[in-house]
Design a protein around this ligand. Structure first.
Ligand code: A2P
Length: 288
């Protein structure tokens, strides 16, 4: 990858810009609107949100303002949102897809994900399997209807993916990935099955940024730890979605194309002990 507008290609031929702008924990209102606008002006062409972030309305406003300010068209931007657990099921997902579009002020999204494979309430009697399949069927129909260009998954481990009945195969799986938490088994599975892996919290939600080893390494390249983390994801072959609400950091997190992590340093990062795991468990043991 050589620039922000370089892409990963899905199995269906659609493409996704190699670095996206994340909005998890971005407060709704002016902060979300302004930071999304700043991200578009900084060159991001890929914005990631979710219904459960409760900021889709402001993110949508930021998209409209950013596109206008940058002189771009809707089709120049890749937008993702996600169906949260409380809306799983065929009928409720159909309604929720239109509600997401209405909140975002868009006629389509480029990518729609099932946000979590198993909610705590879905653990009993494997209810999650039926719920995910019904949700997926509604998402497939949204592709047929043109409301959604691509459909994928988030936080699905291989066994959750195996349990999904698909007419349209998922294009992507968005997982927690950052130095100190690489999910190598799930990443290998996705790569073997032609599923593009996206990395949420590529900066470990900020927690890994103080790590002494990463700081030493970043200094060696004349980069910040945040830039090292984003670059690491690209060399790992995954699609990072760094989040910041500050214009200087939004821009800095894109300056990752003028250096390369050596094979030796890449391996050293790969072998780091676990660091910065959010504690959010795809198997439904969620701390919230
Ligand atoms: P802020 O939004 O105040 O800039 P992740 O993308 O892994 O979820 O990490 C996001 C966290 O990292 C946020 O707390 C964000 O804070 C912080 N962050 C993002 N970019 C940088 C940066 N370049 N330097 C320091 N902290 C950053």
């Amino acid at each position: 990858m050589k620039s922000l507008t370089d892409v990963y290609t899905f199995y269906n031929g659609s493409t996704i810009p190699c670095v996206g702008y994340g909005t998890w924990r971005t407060p709704d209102g002016d902060v979300a609107r302004e930071s999304v606008k700043q991200a578009i002006l900084a060159g991001y062409r890929h914005i990631d949100t979710a219904a459960v972030y409760r900021n889709e309305v402001s993110v949508g406003q930021g998209i409209a303002e950013g596109l206008a300010a940058a002189g771009l068209k809707r089709e120049d931007l890749f937008v993702t949102t996600k169906i949260w657990c409380d809306k799983k099921g065929y009928e409720s997902t159909k309604v929720e897809i239109q509600a997401c579009l209405d909140r975002l002020g868009l006629t389509y999204v480029d990518l729609l994900l099932i946000h979590w494979p198993i909610a705590t309430a879905e653990k009993a009697e494997d209810a999650w399997i039926k719920n995910n399949n019904e949700t997926w069927r509604a998402m497939e129909e949204a592709v047929d209807e043109g409301k959604v260009r691509n459909i994928g998954l988030s936080n699905f481990l291989p066994r959750h993916i195996e349990a999904l009945d698909c007419r349209i195969k998922p294009v992507s799986d968005q997982l927690e990935i950052h130095p100190g938490y690489l999910q190598e088994e799930a990443v290998s599975y996705c790569k073997e099955h032609g599923i593009v892996v996206q990395a949420w919290s590529p900066l470990g939600s900020g927690v890994v940024l103080g790590d002494p080893f990463l700081n030493e390494l970043a200094a060696k390249y004349g980069k910040s730890v945040a830039q090292l983390c984003v670059r690491f994801c690209l060399q790992y072959g995954v699609n990072p979605l760094p989040k910041s609400v500050h214009a200087d950091r939004i821009l800095a997190n894109t300056e990752v194309f003028d250096f390369e992590i050596s094979e030796e340093d890449f391996e050293a990062i790969r072998k780091m002990p676990q660091l910065g795991f959010s504690g959010n468990d795809p198997d439904g043991n969620l701390p919230f």
